[in-house]
Design a protein around this ligand. Sequence first.
Ligand SMILES: NC(=O)C1=CN([C@@H]2O[C@H](COP(=O)(O)OP(=O)(O)OC[C@H]3O[C@@H](n4cnc5c(N)ncnc54)[C@H](OP(=O)(O)O)[C@@H]3O)[C@@H](O)[C@H]2O)C=CC1
Ligand SMILES: O=C1CO[C@H](CO)[C@@H](O)[C@@H]1O
Length: 276
Amino acid sequence: MQLQSRKKLANGVEMPILGLGVYKMTDRDETLAAITKALQVGYRAVDTAALYYNEAEVGEAIRHSGVPREEIFVTTKVWNSDQGYDNTLRAFETSLKKLNMDYVDLYLTHWPVADKFVDTYRAIERLYDEKLIRVPGVSNHHQHHLEQLLASANIAPVVNQVEVHPYLSQQALRAFCAEQHIAVTAWSPLGRGGVLTDEAIQQIAEKYGKSSAQVVLRWHLQHDILIIPKSVKAQRIEENAQIFDFELTAQDMQTLDALNQNKRFGQDPDNFKFDF
Ligand SMILES: NC(=O)C1=CN([C@@H]2O[C@H](COP(=O)(O)OP(=O)(O)OC[C@H]3O[C@@H](n4cnc5c(N)ncnc54)[C@H](OP(=O)(O)O)[C@@H]3O)[C@@H](O)[C@H]2O)C=CC1
Ligand SMILES: O=C1CO[C@H](CO)[C@@H](O)[C@@H]1O
Protein backbone atom coordinates (compact mmCIF):
# COMPACT_ATOMS: atom_id res chain seq x y z
CA MET A 1 0.00 0.00 0.00
CA GLN A 2 1.50 3.32 -1.08
CA LEU A 3 0.54 4.99 2.17
CA GLN A 4 3.31 3.17 3.91
CA SER A 5 5.88 4.54 1.47
CA ARG A 6 9.23 4.81 3.14
CA LYS A 7 12.41 6.70 2.46
CA LYS A 8 15.70 4.87 2.73
CA LEU A 9 17.87 6.89 5.11
CA ALA A 10 21.66 7.26 4.95
CA ASN A 11 22.18 4.42 7.44
CA GLY A 12 19.90 2.09 5.47
CA VAL A 13 16.88 2.31 7.79
CA GLU A 14 13.57 2.90 6.03
CA MET A 15 11.49 5.70 7.51
CA PRO A 16 7.83 6.25 6.62
CA ILE A 17 7.41 9.45 4.64
CA LEU A 18 4.21 10.29 6.52
CA GLY A 19 3.85 10.31 10.29
CA LEU A 20 1.41 11.72 12.81
CA GLY A 21 2.68 14.66 14.86
CA VAL A 22 1.29 14.67 18.39
CA TYR A 23 2.33 18.05 19.81
CA LYS A 24 -0.45 19.62 21.91
CA MET A 25 -2.23 16.29 22.29
CA THR A 26 -2.54 16.34 26.04
CA ASP A 27 -5.97 14.83 26.53
CA ARG A 28 -5.42 11.10 27.04
CA ASP A 29 -8.51 9.84 25.22
CA GLU A 30 -8.11 12.27 22.35
CA THR A 31 -4.46 11.26 21.94
CA LEU A 32 -5.21 7.53 21.99
CA ALA A 33 -8.06 8.01 19.50
CA ALA A 34 -5.94 10.10 17.10
CA ILE A 35 -3.03 7.63 17.04
CA THR A 36 -5.38 4.66 16.74
CA LYS A 37 -7.15 6.30 13.82
CA ALA A 38 -3.86 7.14 12.13
CA LEU A 39 -2.61 3.57 12.41
CA GLN A 40 -5.94 2.28 11.10
CA VAL A 41 -5.72 4.39 7.96
CA GLY A 42 -2.13 3.39 7.24
CA TYR A 43 0.20 5.81 9.06
CA ARG A 44 3.25 3.96 10.31
CA ALA A 45 5.10 6.73 12.15
CA VAL A 46 4.42 8.87 15.22
CA ASP A 47 6.40 11.96 16.20
CA THR A 48 6.46 12.76 19.91
CA ALA A 49 8.89 14.37 22.38
CA ALA A 50 9.52 14.43 26.10
CA LEU A 51 8.15 17.98 25.94
CA TYR A 52 4.76 16.79 24.68
CA TYR A 53 3.98 14.77 27.84
CA ASN A 54 2.27 12.06 25.84
CA GLU A 55 4.96 9.41 25.32
CA ALA A 56 3.00 7.01 27.54
CA GLU A 57 -0.11 7.42 25.40
CA VAL A 58 1.94 6.95 22.21
CA GLY A 59 3.26 3.64 23.55
CA GLU A 60 -0.15 2.54 24.74
CA ALA A 61 -1.91 3.30 21.44
CA ILE A 62 0.78 1.45 19.50
CA ARG A 63 0.65 -1.60 21.78
CA HIS A 64 -3.13 -1.81 21.48
CA SER A 65 -3.24 -1.19 17.72
CA GLY A 66 -2.55 -4.73 16.62
CA VAL A 67 0.16 -3.41 14.29
CA PRO A 68 3.51 -5.05 15.04
CA ARG A 69 5.89 -2.70 16.86
CA GLU A 70 8.59 -3.20 14.22
CA GLU A 71 6.28 -1.84 11.50
CA ILE A 72 5.88 1.46 13.34
CA PHE A 73 8.50 4.18 13.39
CA VAL A 74 8.60 6.10 16.68
CA THR A 75 10.44 9.40 17.05
CA THR A 76 11.05 11.16 20.33
CA LYS A 77 13.33 13.99 21.42
CA VAL A 78 15.47 15.08 24.33
CA TRP A 79 14.20 18.36 25.75
CA ASN A 80 16.44 21.39 26.26
CA SER A 81 16.63 21.25 30.04
CA ASP A 82 17.93 17.66 29.80
CA GLN A 83 20.79 18.29 27.41
CA GLY A 84 24.45 17.42 27.90
CA TYR A 85 25.96 13.92 27.74
CA ASP A 86 24.85 12.30 31.02
CA ASN A 87 21.53 14.11 31.18
CA THR A 88 20.64 12.97 27.67
CA LEU A 89 21.33 9.33 28.54
CA ARG A 90 19.07 9.71 31.59
CA ALA A 91 16.36 11.52 29.62
CA PHE A 92 16.40 8.75 27.02
CA GLU A 93 15.88 6.12 29.70
CA THR A 94 12.89 8.07 31.02
CA SER A 95 11.40 8.38 27.54
CA LEU A 96 11.89 4.69 26.87
CA LYS A 97 10.13 3.81 30.15
CA LYS A 98 7.22 6.11 29.37
CA LEU A 99 6.89 4.68 25.88
CA ASN A 100 7.22 1.24 27.45
CA MET A 101 9.39 0.09 24.57
CA ASP A 102 12.83 -1.46 24.30
CA TYR A 103 14.07 0.82 21.53
CA VAL A 104 13.19 4.06 19.79
CA ASP A 105 13.44 4.39 16.02
CA LEU A 106 14.64 8.00 15.86
CA TYR A 107 16.00 10.07 18.75
CA LEU A 108 16.57 13.79 18.25
CA THR A 109 18.23 16.68 20.01
CA HIS A 110 15.12 18.89 20.21
CA TRP A 111 16.92 22.26 19.87
CA PRO A 112 20.63 23.06 19.60
CA VAL A 113 21.19 24.41 23.12
CA ALA A 114 24.43 26.41 22.97
CA ASP A 115 27.40 24.67 24.65
CA LYS A 116 25.37 21.49 25.07
CA PHE A 117 24.16 20.26 21.70
CA VAL A 118 27.49 18.69 20.71
CA ASP A 119 27.61 16.63 23.93
CA THR A 120 23.93 15.84 23.59
CA TYR A 121 24.57 14.41 20.15
CA ARG A 122 27.56 12.41 21.46
CA ALA A 123 25.12 10.71 23.85
CA ILE A 124 22.75 10.03 20.94
CA GLU A 125 25.65 8.40 19.08
CA ARG A 126 26.24 6.16 22.10
CA LEU A 127 22.57 5.15 22.17
CA TYR A 128 22.90 4.27 18.50
CA ASP A 129 26.03 2.18 19.15
CA GLU A 130 24.13 0.38 21.90
CA LYS A 131 21.28 -0.29 19.45
CA LEU A 132 18.75 1.47 21.67
CA ILE A 133 17.87 3.74 18.75
CA ARG A 134 17.78 2.84 15.07
CA VAL A 135 18.49 6.33 13.76
CA PRO A 136 20.45 9.21 15.33
CA GLY A 137 19.22 12.68 14.49
CA VAL A 138 18.73 16.31 15.40
CA SER A 139 16.06 18.95 15.19
CA ASN A 140 16.09 22.70 14.63
CA HIS A 141 19.71 22.66 13.49
CA HIS A 142 20.80 25.38 11.09
CA GLN A 143 23.65 24.64 8.69
CA HIS A 144 26.20 26.11 11.13
CA HIS A 145 24.99 23.79 13.91
CA LEU A 146 25.27 20.81 11.57
CA GLU A 147 28.75 21.85 10.49
CA GLN A 148 29.83 22.02 14.11
CA LEU A 149 28.44 18.52 14.74
CA LEU A 150 29.86 17.06 11.56
CA ALA A 151 33.33 18.26 12.54
CA SER A 152 33.38 15.91 15.54
CA ALA A 153 30.70 13.27 15.02
CA ASN A 154 31.58 9.64 14.39
CA ILE A 155 28.17 9.09 12.84
CA ALA A 156 26.65 12.03 11.00
CA PRO A 157 23.09 12.88 12.03
CA VAL A 158 20.78 11.00 9.69
CA VAL A 159 17.73 13.28 10.04
CA ASN A 160 17.25 16.99 10.74
CA GLN A 161 13.68 17.94 11.71
CA VAL A 162 13.02 21.63 11.05
CA GLU A 163 10.13 23.97 10.37
CA VAL A 164 9.24 23.80 6.66
CA HIS A 165 6.10 24.82 4.74
CA PRO A 166 5.46 26.97 1.65
CA TYR A 167 6.04 30.21 3.63
CA LEU A 168 9.40 28.89 4.92
CA SER A 169 10.76 26.64 2.23
CA GLN A 170 14.28 26.31 3.73
CA GLN A 171 15.79 25.80 0.29
CA ALA A 172 19.40 26.46 1.32
CA LEU A 173 19.28 24.25 4.40
CA ARG A 174 17.58 21.47 2.41
CA ALA A 175 20.29 21.66 -0.24
CA PHE A 176 23.02 21.43 2.40
CA CYS A 177 21.28 18.47 4.06
CA ALA A 178 20.92 16.72 0.70
CA GLU A 179 24.66 17.16 0.07
CA GLN A 180 25.38 15.61 3.47
CA HIS A 181 22.81 12.80 3.02
CA ILE A 182 20.79 14.14 5.95
CA ALA A 183 17.05 13.59 5.45
CA VAL A 184 14.80 16.53 6.27
CA THR A 185 11.54 16.16 8.17
CA ALA A 186 9.20 19.14 8.14
CA TRP A 187 7.67 20.14 11.43
CA SER A 188 4.55 22.28 11.16
CA PRO A 189 4.29 21.06 7.55
CA LEU A 190 0.95 22.91 7.31
CA GLY A 191 2.36 26.02 8.96
CA ARG A 192 0.18 25.14 11.95
CA GLY A 193 -2.78 25.62 9.59
CA GLY A 194 -1.58 29.14 8.76
CA VAL A 195 -0.87 28.54 5.06
CA LEU A 196 -4.13 26.80 4.26
CA THR A 197 -6.12 29.95 3.47
CA ASP A 198 -3.52 31.17 1.00
CA GLU A 199 -5.33 32.03 -2.24
CA ALA A 200 -2.71 30.50 -4.55
CA ILE A 201 -2.79 27.25 -2.59
CA GLN A 202 -6.57 27.20 -2.60
CA GLN A 203 -6.64 27.72 -6.38
CA ILE A 204 -4.25 24.83 -6.97
CA ALA A 205 -6.26 22.65 -4.59
CA GLU A 206 -9.46 23.37 -6.49
CA LYS A 207 -7.82 22.35 -9.76
CA TYR A 208 -6.87 18.91 -8.42
CA GLY A 209 -10.09 18.41 -6.41
CA LYS A 210 -7.94 18.23 -3.27
CA SER A 211 -7.82 20.27 -0.07
CA SER A 212 -5.20 22.94 0.62
CA ALA A 213 -3.66 20.64 3.24
CA GLN A 214 -3.31 17.83 0.71
CA VAL A 215 -1.66 20.14 -1.82
CA VAL A 216 0.81 21.44 0.77
CA LEU A 217 1.67 17.93 1.96
CA ARG A 218 2.11 16.80 -1.64
CA TRP A 219 4.48 19.76 -2.23
CA HIS A 220 6.63 18.45 0.65
CA LEU A 221 6.58 14.94 -0.76
CA GLN A 222 7.69 16.08 -4.21
CA HIS A 223 10.58 17.94 -2.55
CA ASP A 224 11.63 14.70 -0.80
CA ILE A 225 10.69 16.09 2.63
CA LEU A 226 9.33 13.74 5.29
CA ILE A 227 6.10 14.99 6.91
CA ILE A 228 4.45 14.73 10.32
CA PRO A 229 1.18 16.72 10.16
CA LYS A 230 -0.75 16.88 13.41
CA SER A 231 -4.50 16.54 13.73
CA VAL A 232 -6.84 15.24 16.39
CA LYS A 233 -9.72 15.09 13.93
CA ALA A 234 -10.39 11.69 12.38
CA GLN A 235 -11.49 13.14 9.05
CA ARG A 236 -8.36 15.31 8.77
CA ILE A 237 -6.05 12.46 9.80
CA GLU A 238 -7.45 10.50 6.89
CA GLU A 239 -7.43 13.48 4.52
CA ASN A 240 -3.76 14.20 5.30
CA ALA A 241 -2.89 10.67 4.22
CA GLN A 242 -4.63 10.87 0.86
CA ILE A 243 -1.73 12.49 -0.92
CA PHE A 244 -0.26 9.58 -2.84
CA ASP A 245 -2.80 9.52 -5.66
CA PHE A 246 -2.01 12.78 -7.48
CA GLU A 247 1.00 14.71 -8.66
CA LEU A 248 1.58 18.47 -8.80
CA THR A 249 2.93 19.76 -12.11
CA ALA A 250 6.34 21.43 -12.24
CA GLN A 251 4.53 24.74 -12.75
CA ASP A 252 2.36 24.29 -9.66
CA MET A 253 5.47 23.31 -7.67
CA GLN A 254 7.08 26.56 -8.83
CA THR A 255 4.01 28.56 -7.83
CA LEU A 256 4.16 27.00 -4.36
CA ASP A 257 7.94 27.55 -4.13
CA ALA A 258 7.38 31.23 -4.94
CA LEU A 259 5.22 31.62 -1.81
CA ASN A 260 8.35 31.47 0.36
CA GLN A 261 8.71 34.54 2.58
CA ASN A 262 11.02 33.05 5.23
CA LYS A 263 8.10 33.33 7.63
CA ARG A 264 8.32 31.24 10.78
CA PHE A 265 5.30 30.15 12.83
CA GLY A 266 7.71 28.80 15.45
CA GLN A 267 10.97 30.11 16.82
CA ASP A 268 14.28 30.63 15.04
CA PRO A 269 16.90 28.22 16.43
CA ASP A 270 19.38 31.12 16.63
CA ASN A 271 17.05 33.19 18.82
CA PHE A 272 15.29 30.47 20.74
CA LYS A 273 14.37 31.38 24.31
CA PHE A 274 15.09 28.26 26.32
CA ASP A 275 12.84 29.34 29.12
CA PHE A 276 10.24 26.62 29.37
N1 LIG B 1 10.97 19.58 16.43
C1 LIG B 1 10.27 20.62 16.81
O1 LIG B 1 10.77 21.57 17.41
C2 LIG B 1 8.84 20.66 16.49
C3 LIG B 1 8.18 19.52 16.11
N2 LIG B 1 6.85 19.56 15.81
C4 LIG B 1 6.22 18.30 15.37
O2 LIG B 1 5.57 18.52 14.14
C5 LIG B 1 4.19 18.16 14.25
C6 LIG B 1 3.33 18.99 13.33
O3 LIG B 1 3.50 20.36 13.58
P1 LIG B 1 2.36 21.28 14.22
O4 LIG B 1 3.04 22.44 14.85
O5 LIG B 1 1.50 20.46 15.05
O6 LIG B 1 1.62 21.90 12.96
P2 LIG B 1 0.93 21.36 11.60
O7 LIG B 1 1.51 22.15 10.51
O8 LIG B 1 0.94 19.89 11.54
O9 LIG B 1 -0.55 21.89 11.78
C7 LIG B 1 -1.40 21.42 12.78
C8 LIG B 1 -2.61 22.31 12.80
O10 LIG B 1 -3.32 22.22 11.56
C9 LIG B 1 -4.64 21.69 11.78
N3 LIG B 1 -4.87 20.72 10.69
C10 LIG B 1 -4.33 19.50 10.53
N4 LIG B 1 -4.76 18.92 9.40
C11 LIG B 1 -5.60 19.80 8.83
C12 LIG B 1 -6.37 19.78 7.63
N5 LIG B 1 -6.37 18.73 6.81
N6 LIG B 1 -7.14 20.86 7.35
C13 LIG B 1 -7.17 21.93 8.17
N7 LIG B 1 -6.46 22.02 9.32
C14 LIG B 1 -5.67 20.96 9.63
C15 LIG B 1 -4.61 21.04 13.16
O11 LIG B 1 -5.85 21.17 13.83
P3 LIG B 1 -6.67 19.89 14.41
O12 LIG B 1 -5.75 19.09 15.31
O13 LIG B 1 -7.79 20.54 15.15
O14 LIG B 1 -7.11 19.13 13.20
C16 LIG B 1 -3.57 21.94 13.89
O15 LIG B 1 -4.19 23.12 14.34
C17 LIG B 1 3.90 18.36 15.74
O16 LIG B 1 2.72 17.75 16.16
C18 LIG B 1 5.16 17.79 16.35
O17 LIG B 1 5.09 16.39 16.35
C19 LIG B 1 6.14 20.71 15.87
C20 LIG B 1 6.75 21.89 16.28
C21 LIG B 1 8.14 21.96 16.62
O1 LIG C 1 8.27 20.60 19.43
C1 LIG C 1 7.86 21.71 19.73
C2 LIG C 1 6.45 22.03 19.62
O2 LIG C 1 6.20 23.40 19.44
C3 LIG C 1 6.84 24.21 20.41
C4 LIG C 1 6.31 25.64 20.30
O3 LIG C 1 6.50 26.17 19.02
C5 LIG C 1 8.32 24.12 20.12
O4 LIG C 1 9.05 24.93 20.97
C6 LIG C 1 8.78 22.72 20.30
O5 LIG C 1 10.03 22.56 19.75
